[in-house]
Design a binder for this molecule. Structure first.
Ligand code: SUO
Ligand code: CP
Length: 314
């Protein structure tokens, strides 16, 4: 594996899930693997979990992580080819990424979408500038359109909480929010859940269809109550509109998941990548109750990152 940016195949995913579970049981077993190697974690946007878990994963493998918050602590980067840099940007990504590539054995990048330039976001423009110019393996810490480390941790969490022979019934449900939010977590979750052969249903209000290239193989059900019937896992996430790109096209508070949504899914577990807006996306009773897997998901972020870094180190 050179870069880690998306779901590649079921066999690669199964192997990474197995590896993550192995590291969860034996976190320091490969502490010599990364000796003398450095990973640079570059954040163009805020983070709590990804920032901490990726560093812990690297340290567990004997690597030295260095974190840079490019949005605040570094020079403002120019992303566009041929730009005349006489305004706010100070350094071109082709220069900065090449320097970082010479400092680090692996780069890990967080680059959210603009939600205003659909074509650039769909091409994962900013993230791919680092891939193009750094010349080293790059791990996505959440790009404009995907969050694969989150999805890998989510697949690990589902596997740990599922011991029946049949496929789990997984529901990805839209939830209300106060801001326009990226599609990355929802896209990636759909991509990995379908790829890992779950029975996936996606439910959202009209106008919130995801990019269809991520949802082939999922059932789309606009009636949330119907979608939730018999759910084993309910993944809660807000996203902004994809067609009316980056817009909030409706806010229906009844989509906030509460205990009453589980009348026809008594054993349903609830997942969310965090950070979560309590009592907007999900009620306190759910987050603080027995259905919630959110802390397990967050914990598994360490071992997902460790599996990926280990795989890249070889
Ligand atoms: N990395 C996990 C989620 C990051 C981002 N959430 C946010 O921006 C939340 C912001 C807020 O609640 O104000 C998202 O959904 O893609
Ligand atoms: N789930 C997740 O990626 O969290 P952070 O944005 O805090 O890293």
């Amino acid at each position: 594996m050179k870069h880690f940016t998306k779901f590649e195949s079921k066999s690669i995913a199964d192997n990474l899930i197995e590896k993550a579970l192995f590291y969860k049981a034996n976190p320091r077993v490969d502490k010599a693997l990364g000796e003398g190697k450095r990973i640079g974690c570059i954040f163009l946007n805020p983070s709590l979990r990804t920032r901490a878990s990726t560093q812990i994963a690297a340290i567990n493998l004997g690597m030295e992580p260095i974190v840079m918050n490019m949005d605040k602590e570094s020079w403002a980067l120019e992303m566009h080819e041929g730009a005349i840099m006489n305004k706010g940007t100070v350094e071109h990504v082709k220069d900065a990424a090449a320097v970082l590539g010479s400092y680090f054995d692996i780069l890990a990048i967080r680059a959210f979408p603009s939600l205003t330039n659909k074509n650039e976001d769909l091409a994962d423009f900013t993230f791919n500038q680092f891939v193009k110019y750094s010349g080293v393996p790059v791990i996505s810490l959440e790009s404009a359109i995907r969050h694969p480390l989150q999805s890998l941790a989510d697949m690990v969490t589902i596997q740990e909480n599922w011991n029946e022979k049949r496929k789990p019934k997984v529901v990805l449900t839209w939830a209300p929010h106060i801001k326009a939010i990226p599609h990355a977590v929802a896209n990636s979750f759909a991509e990995w859940s379908i790829g890992c052969d779950h029975e996936l249903t996606i439910t959202h209000p009209e106008g919130y269809d995801l990019d269809p290239s991520f949802t082939i193989g999922a059932k789309i059900e606009l009636d949330q109550e119907k979608a939730l019937e018999g759910a084993d896992f309910v993944y809660v996430k807000n996203w902004s509109a994809f067609n009316d790109y980056g817009k909030i096209v409706s806010t229906d508070d009844s989509w906030m998941l509460t205990e009453k949504h589980f009348e026809k899914a008594p054993n349903g577990k609830v997942m969310h990548c965090l950070p979560v807006r309590r009592n907007v996306e999900l009620s306190d009773e759910i987050l603080d109750g027995d259905r919630s897997l959110v802390q397990e998901q967050a914990k598994n972020r360490i071992y997902a990152a460790q599996a990926v870094i280990s795989q890249i180190l070889g």
